[in-house]
Design a protein around this ligand. Structure first.
Ligand code: MN
Length: 228
């Protein structure tokens, strides 16, 4: 079939120790999945059902690197997160079968225009432009679950210019990966190529131009970005 304009590029992530890539369909994100982060945002950390938002697939920046400080914000925040890469999908996936859908895991940063998000929350408006802007989702190479298993615990950390900002453990997630997949698949059909950002531990904060951000997850990988 001929297209009237060039077909959009398929976003993809490298895979650890492989020449093949992981093609990206959708990018789903979970809000408020670590109680200590909910508290720092002024919320109540009771175990409410998870809620979801999205980013466009072309917001993913494979392997991080230089990221332009985005327009329309003066309070850009970092949120380090475990990213789940789905190799299969479905609807209404039971938690007990959900991990069978996981191809692998990666380290991501959910970059957030916190000032816009606060304004939208106040006005009851959509968060999209606070979360789904260009280059808002740097992600590391994907570590196949066939190599790393399905992590239920392990350090998750982020530093800015060598100073620790976020340090938590995957075991602190309110909803674990299987439960996140189960809940999300009740709202939308999941499919191969979907990424799921699973929420961030406490310590989120602002980034200025020139900031060098390093982050990682034990057993999964590391990621570095520089704001330019
Ligand atoms: Mn987040």
């Amino acid at each position: 079939m001929a297209f009237v304009i060039p077909a959009p590029h398929v976003a993809a992530l490298p895979i650890v120790d492989s020449d093949a890539q992981f093609p990206i369909r959708r990018v789903h994100c979970v809000g408020k999945n670590y109680a200590d982060h909910v508290r720092e945002m002024g919320g109540d950390p009771e175990r409410n059902p998870p809620f979801f938002f999205g980013k466009p697939s072309d917001a993913v920046v494979p392997l991080g690197g230089e990221i332009a400080y985005p327009p329309m914000t003066s309070n850009l925040h970092h949120e380090v997160e475990l990213v789940v890469a789905l190799g299969s999908g479905g609807r209404d996936i039971p938690a007990g079968k959900a991990l069978d859908c996981v191809y692998g895991y990666a380290v991501g940063i959910d970059l957030t225009r916190r000032d816009l998000q606060a304004k939208y929350k106040d006005k009851g408006q959509p968060w999209e432009m606070a979360k789904g802007f260009d280059q808002s989702a740097p992600v590391s190479a994907v570590m196949p679950a066939s190599r790393c298993g399905h992590p239920v615990a392990g350090a998750i950390w982020l530093s800015v210019d060598g100073v620790d900002r976020q340090r938590g453990d995957l075991a602190q997630m309110t909803w674990n990966v299987a439960e996140v997949i189960a809940h999300l698949s009740a709202y939308v059909a999941l499919a191969p190529g979907d990424l799921i950002f699973t929420g961030t531990p406490a310590g989120v904060g602002a980034l200025v131009r020139g900031a060098r951000v390093r982050c990682g997850i034990e057993g999964i990988g590391e990621l570095e970005i520089v704001l330019v």
